[in-house]
Design a protein around this ligand. Structure first.
Ligand code: EPZ
Length: 422
């Protein structure tokens, strides 16, 4: 397994290009199952999760080719040859559950392995299933799979009132509703930019959707969708991650392709912490001239502070002046980066969903272990600011969500390299 070695090297300077959003692409790709015509995605990120979703779609009989070094995904599914998403793929990537709604809507049947839990939490899919049942699907949970059947005549429009905000359940229901008979109303729907991006793509394919980005989305089912070409929205989590590099190290970095509207709550917290954030014609410029102020953060569904940036923000708070409390309200076990940061000299106390971080003057490099995707970059950010060398192991977590991390950070002056583990 590879390792990433980082050495603190003072302020950063330069530009970092931001890729297309992993979490948008993982829901846009299953949309190809809704039509027998070609769907092409541009600005696609080059990540292992995208390759896993490509393999899943191919296992169902879709054609999915990645062109231009992976930045273009050309897909089409004339006729599905299988309706079964196998456990060996689903266990590697939970987003595989997002083929359930489209397959049900398109062909009236699907067999999808239940994803099981993951490092950050149990992550059930009950809300996905309840939404599809509301549209008339008959679901049979057996041998670890959801065996799903649409009623004769296909799924029916329904009012779905989500008891809690779920990005994935909103996406599954939204895609299924585009071909359901009649009107579907999704209440307490997720408002993430990735949902807005999915709705825009579905509309380009002929779907009739209103209200995306608000808590209520209304969909008029249509008989069929056609193909489209759609640019994947910028990855707001990669954007926020790299904005934290100059914040924690000092200097000035421009993140190309970002817009503040994608992560305004995060930018407000950076501002409170004394970080300068300026939107430019090409993206977002971040700089730090003074000390970092401790600020409190509570993660919430969009437009609140994103849970996917909590680990990275904690690295910044480790070297802030004062004490900050980070409250994680979305997932039940998303502080696994804390003990690793503590190995670098951070002072963090975790009690249930709260982490209290007392800022220290500086961190010291140490061997640390990545435990999940976002924790892995939190450790790299800490290593950028630490005295000495930090070796991050299990970087396969990183490859799921960040393309070319070493190249992008080297490009702004970081001392970072990727090596084969001895
Ligand atoms: C998406 O996961 C993202 N993944 C996650 O990003 C992100 O952290 C999460 O949304 C929240 O923003 C993708 O888009 C591929 P949820 P998702 O359904 O859809 C509970 C990353 O690092 N819940 O909004 O699985 C669930 O347990 C990943 O890129 C149910 O109880 O998240 C959680 O507590 C990590 N029942 C909360 O809702 C359900 O049926 C929010 O989950 C579904 C969810």
């Amino acid at each position: 397994m590879d390792q990433i070695i980082v050495r603190g090297n003072g302020p950063l300077q330069g530009e970092i290009p931001i890729a297309g959003a992993k979490n948008a692409c993982l829901t846009l790709m299953p949309a190809t199952l809704l039509t027998d015509q070609p769907l092409t995605l541009t600005n696609a990120p080059r990540l292992s999760d995208i390759r896993t979703m490509t393999a899943l779609l191919q296992s169902l009989g879709a054609e999915a080719a990645s062109l231009q070094d992976g930045q273009v995904l050309a897909m089409s599914s004339h006729a599905l040859t299988s309706h079964r998403a196998d456990y060996d793929i689903v266990r590697k990537m939970r987003a595989s559950i997002l083929v359930l709604g489209p397959m049900l809507a398109r062909d009236g049947r699907a067999e999808v392995s239940l994803p099981g839990g993951c490092a950050i939490g149990a992550r059930p899919v009950d809300l996905h299933l309840k939404a599809l049942e509301a549209m008339g699907a008959e679901l049979d949970l057996r041998d670890g799979y959801v065996h799903a059947k649409a009623p004769t005549g296909g799924l029916r429009g329904a009012v779905v009132d989500f008891p809690l905000v779920s990005v994935g359940a909103t996406e599954n229901a939204l895609m299924a509703a585009t071909l359901a008979k009649g009107t579907t109303v999704l209440k307490n729907a997720a408002r993430e930019p990735e949902i807005v991006d999915l709705a825009r793509c579905l509309r380009a394919m002929g779907a009739q959707i209103e209200g995306e980005g608000t808590s209520t989305i209304t969909i008029q089912g249509v008989d069929a969708l056609h193909g489209a070409t759609h640019p994947v929205v910028t990855d707001r989590i990669e954007l926020g991650t790299y904005m934290l590099a100059p914040a924690i190290c000092g200097g000035e970095v421009e993140c190309l392709g970002g817009r503040i509207e994608l992560l305004s709550a995060f930018c407000e917290k950076l501002d409170e912490a004394g970080i300068d954030v300026t939107e430019t014609a090409r993206g977002i410029k971040v700089s730090r001239r003074n000390s970092i102020r401790a600020v409190n953060v509570t993660t919430e569904p969009f437009p609140g502070f994103p849970t996917d940036l909590q680990a990275q923000f904690m690295a910044l708070m480790c070297v802030a002046e004062g004490t900050s409390v980070l409250e994680e309200t979305i997932f039940e076990n998303r502080f696994m980066h804390a003990p690793e940061l503590t190995r670098m000299g951070a002072r963090i106390e975790v009690h249930g969903g709260h982490a209290t971080v007392t800022g220290v003057d500086g961190l010291r490099g140490a061997p640390v272990m990545a435990t999940d995707l976002r924790a892995s970059v939190s450790l790299i950010l800490a290593g950028l600011a630490a005295e000495g060398q930090t070796t991050v192991s299990r970087v396969y977590h990183l490859d799921r969500g960040y393309e070319h991390v070493v190249r992008k950070l080297r490009g702004v002056g970081a001392h970072i390299e990727r090596v084969k583990e001895e």
